[in-house]
Design a protein around this ligand. Structure first.
Ligand code: URA
Length: 215
């Protein structure tokens, strides 16, 4: 479903299974193994949505019964770009769907005082200009890290980029679209607001801690 948030269009993946799984993930009582399982499942469903527009070409295939003209992806498989560390949580499910995708890593952390993005690692596939780059981070909060990651990818000639998260704050959507109006945003939910600590409300808490069991 396309939704307008802060004057920007975002795709909210409103499939009932996505919504159901996200609610279970938000619950503070949901324990680590269950949280991870849900994340893997929901990530696969989000990857399905974000790749919906991929172009197809026709190839000739000999089935056991007959020769047929059949569809195949026209371009190279997309690559996933994970914003460390929480973005890694979305990779397993997405790679279940597209096992041939390559994966880039962008290390950015939020300075706890300024909430600005600080770069500490960057390694992406060489042919960024030739495929869809799907940037993944579970929480689009202030948008600072997403904006910085997209700038880095564009410097590396990435042209076709989509951003995927689980939960977005209106503030993050606004910041991302102001800086990168060409990058579509896919999310399972748009929440209410950011609190004074930069957490999304109601959100699901610190995604990295919940994925990796560090709290
Ligand atoms: N990062 C998180 O992990 N959670 C939030 O709510 C905001 C940023």
């Amino acid at each position: 479903m396309e939704k307008t948030v802060a004057n920007h269009k975002v795709t909210v993946v409103d499939h009932p299974l996505v919504q159901h799984k996200l609610t279970l993930m938000r619950d503070t009582e949901t324990a680590l193994p269950e949280f991870r399982r849900l994340l893997r499942e929901i990530s696969l469903l989000l990857a399905y949505e974000v790749t919906r527009h991929l172009e197809l070409k026709t190839v000739s295939v000999e089935t056991p019964v007959a020769r047929a003209e059949l569809p195949l992806l026209a371009q190279q498989e997309p690559c996933f770009i994970t914003i460390l560390r929480a973005g890694n949580g979305l990779l397993d499910g997405m790679l279940d769907l597209i096992p041939a995708a390559s994966v880039g890593h962008v290390g950015l952390y939020r300075d706890p005082k300024s909430l600005e993005a600080v770069e500490y690692y960057y390694k992406v596939p060489r042919d960024m200009g030739e495929r869809l780059a799907i940037v993944v981070d579970p929480m689009l909060a202030t948008g600072h890290t997403a904006v910085a990651a997209l700038e880095m990818l564009k410097r590396d000639s990435a042209k076709d980029i989509s951003f995927v998260c689980l939960v977005a704050a209106p503030e993050g959507i606004d910041a991302l679209h102001q800086a990168h109006p060409d990058v579509p945003v896919f999310t399972a939910a748009v929440d209410d607001h950011l609190n004074e600590k930069g957490y999304i409300v109601p959100g699901l808490g610190d995604a990295g801690d919940r994925i990796f069991g560090t709290k």
